[in-house]
Design a protein around this ligand. Structure first.
Ligand code: PLP
Length: 346
């Protein structure tokens, strides 16, 4: 039985177990359905079997060896991946400006961080991609156990993961890809190639672009390493089954015809927006991200105009450009509003 159906089923047993709200006592009434589905690992419910089936179905969808559902964001997936393949005293190559969880993961594993730097694309004030050459320079003679790469970046800059993987293979290093911002990639030919079938470990946030609830995410594994012991070390023994069920539903949706159509619609609506806003410039490898620049304003000024005059808040801004995050849930009305605002900025 699917996790979602299991949660919908009425339980006939009288449970003297956690959680004590017993699915019927709602302190915060607006979330009553959340309480209803908030169960524990009782014999009567047995959600672990359904979860394990849902995860193995996910491996078929993604073409991975294992896919683990995470309810503590990509943060926990990155820490879990590093703990799974790095022992104390081993070196890990990571980007100097990566999300803080990369360095935290290395610290928790007792590893030794070795940092690489990336060039800036000055016209947009964003970091450029990671190249196999940069990685090889470090792997050559430093005895590095694992490499962490962020692709796509926040702004939608995608690195050549297949080529980076070849370099990692040559030197016997694990490749961990932070694809937190690329959870839609496996579901469209019109988006960059996902790392899920290439890297040893790929981590994706469902909550960022794929319509998931905060902080749902996935840890995909393509090698023989078992990630579960590491995940058990960092995760609670009382996981949220409503969140886990939402992951099952989320993946099935992305993989459905309806979900795939939704992604294509999003891509074509964003493409149309970019074509219509001739007064602005757009950049990046990811058709679902709007990284925009206006010739008369800095990124910060553009961000302020959007916020103060048009009530639009961006995701991230720098001295040259502004990034508006889109994904499942970014509907036509929202994009039309943005389009009118951008067109109106002289
Ligand atoms: C590139 C990158 N990696 C990892 C994370 C952590 O993701 P999460 O919030 O799902 O833990 C973030 C969050 O902003 C991110 O931008």
């Amino acid at each position: 039985m699917s996790l979602v159906n299991l949660l919908k089923k009425t339980c006939r047993k009288t449970l003297f177990t956690t959680p004590s709200h017993a699915q019927g006592f709602f302190i915060f009434h607006k979330l009553r359905n959340f309480y209803k589905y908030d169960i524990s690992e009782t014999e009567a419910h047995d959600p672990e079997t359904a979860l394990s089936k849902a995860e193995s179905k996910a491996t078929k969808i993604y073409g991975t060896k294992s896919t683990s559902f995470l309810t503590n964001g990509s943060t926990s997936g990155i820490i879990g991946a590093v703990l799974s393949c790095v022992n104390s005293g081993e070196k890990v190559l990571l980007w100097k400006n990566a999300h803080p969880c990369h360095l935290n993961a290395v610290k928790l594993a007792g590893g030794i961080p070795v940092f690489y730097d990336l060039e800036k694309i000055e016209e947009w004030d964003i970091y450029d991609k990671t190249t196999p050459e940069i990685i090889e320079k470090y792997l050559k003679d430093r005895g590095i156990k694992a490499v962490l790469v962020t692709s796509p970046s926040y702004e939608g800059i995608v690195s050549p993961i297949r080529e980076i993987k070849k370099v990692c293979e040559k030197y016997g290093a694990y490749l961990i890809v932070d694809e937190a911002h690329g959870a839609l990639y496996p579901f469209s030919e019109n988006l960059p190639k996902s790392s899920v079938k290439i890297a040893d470990f790929t981590i994706q946030s469902l909550h960022k672009t794929a319509g998931g609830l905060n902080p749902t995410a996935l840890l995909h594994c393509n090698c023989e390493v078992d990630v579960k012991p590491a995940l058990r070390m960092i995760n609670t023994t009382s996981p949220s089954y409503p969140l886990l069920a939402s992951i099952e539903k989320n993946i099935n949706y992305l993989n459905s015809q309806k979900g795939r159509r939704e992604i294509e619609t999003l891509i074509s609506e964003i493409k149309a927006l970019k074509e219509e806003c001739g007064n602005c410039e757009f950049f990046g490898d990811d058709a679902t991200k709007i990284l925009v620049k206006h010739p008369n304003y800095t990124g910060e000024e553009l961000s302020e105009i959007l916020y103060d005059k048009y009530n639009i808040e961006d995701e991230r801004t720098n001295s040259k450009s502004t990034m508006l995050l889109c994904g499942i849930g970014t509907n036509k009305a929202k994009l039309t509003r943005l389009k009118q605002a951008l067109k109106g900025i002289k």
